[in-house]
Design a protein around this ligand. Structure first.
Ligand code: FNR
Length: 345
């Protein structure tokens, strides 16, 4: 099969144009946040980045108590949790420096997700030292090898997420290398790896990339300009890209995806907490995500209680949701007993 044919076949599986997307975000992009973004109208959601080595150490487990598929490390820690509700919208993002290892890891999750994305923009020391993330931006041959191996070895769409390089010319050359591999789309964070999020996003460079690209370009880096879905649409048209990917603005208010406008913070918090309870999200992650949603009101009475909370019960108490929590826990215990009895028979 030629690369072009494979790409055309995969592009039909998942369309990346005209989409408003929740970006990959470590610690934020866990199941409750993704489901909430989808509920509010995000078209596609990315998982937080998982390193290929980590997923390779996991076993796949069908968690019948909460209706999820969990990828669990030997010690019992869940590395990635997903569920049928997001099956066609979830892109699993991976960090890698090696084509064969990336393919092996992607094969473990491919039947539970809609696509695989490779992080080629992370500027953090651990990524760079491991030859992953933004380290790949300087190695177009390695980029070509990783993406070609994945495109040819998988039957789901493959994408990657990059940052721009200091030279526009080099950035455009890299884009050409990437699209020649048969990826279904390319997300571009319009900053260099040296630039922090406080630097303005390079809309002009995103525009130049869009003008030469033959695959959908997903524009990223505009959170400071995006406070609503309308702003997200404006970012698409200002950059001339096909789609937009939102990180920080969605971290602070997941209801930004609503076409009828964002909701008040306390309402969003309750919706988030409901999903965290239903999907048994770990307390520490739940508290962290809630603290991001409450970021500008952590000194309010509920913000102070959130900061002081030491358990899921205490979190639920802050927003009057303890009876919902207890109801879900009771149902889960009942289901557990029924499943145990059935297994003993
Ligand atoms: C990120 N970002 C990120 N990028 C990525 O490719 N994989 C990841 O796991 C993460 N993790 C992450 C965590 C958090 C808390 C933040 C704020 C950001 C970068 C992110 O996806 C995005 O590229 C930048 O934040 C720029 O987009 P916004 O924030 O301007 O929309």
């Amino acid at each position: 099969m030629t690369t072009q044919f494979v790409a055309a076949k995969k592009a039909r599986n998942m369309e990346y144009a005209n989409k408003v997307i929740m970006a990959p975000m470590v610690r934020i992009g866990t199941l409750p946040s993704r489901l909430l973004a989808l509920k509010y109208g995000a078209d596609i959601v990315y998982s937080e980045e998982t390193i290929d080595h980590s997923i390779l150490k996991c076993r796949r487990f069908h968690n019948r108590l909460i209706g999820t598929v969990d990828f669990i490390e030997e010690g019992g820690r869940s590395i990635f949790r997903t569920c049928p509700l997001e099956r066609r919208k979830i892109i699993f993002q991976m960090g890698t420096s090696d084509p064969a290892r990336a393919l092996e890891a992607a094969k473990l999750v491919k039947d539970d997700v809609a696509g695989i994305d490779i992080n080629m923009g992370c500027p953090k020391g651990f990524s760079l030292k491991g030859g992953m993330g933004a380290a790949l931006l300087e190695k177009p041959e390695k980029v070509r090898e990783i993406l070609t191996t994945l495109v040819q070895g998988l039957d789901i769409p493959v994408t990657c997420k990059i940052r721009i390089l200091p030279s526009v010319e080099k950035t455009l050359e890299l884009v050409k290398v990437i699209e020649s591999t048969g990826v279904a789309a390319l997300a571009v964070h319009g900053r260099t790896k040296e630039e922090r999020s406080s630097s303005p996003v390079h809309i002009d460079v995103l525009r130049q990339i869009a003008s030469i690209a033959t695959v959908p370009i997903i524009a990223n880096g505009g959170s400071d300009l995006i406070k609503s879905r309308e702003d997200a649409a404006a970012f698409i048209s200002n950059t001339n890209c096909s789609s937009v990917m939102i990180a920080r603005a969605a971290q602070w208010n997941p209801s930004i995806f609503r076409s009828s406008g964002p909701l008040p913070t306390e309402e969003v918090v309750k919706e988030y907490l409901k999903l965290a309870i239903e999907y048994n999200n770990p307390f520490a992650n739940t508290k962290y995500c809630l603290a991001q949603i409450m970021h500008d009101r952590l000194t309010s009475p509920n913000g102070a209680k959130l900061t002081a909370a030491r358990s899921m019960e205490e979190l639920c108490n802050v927003w009057g949701m303890i009876s919902y929590y207890e109801e879900i826990m009771a149902k889960r215990r009942e289901l557990y007993e029924n499943l145990s009895i059935r297994e003993q028979k």
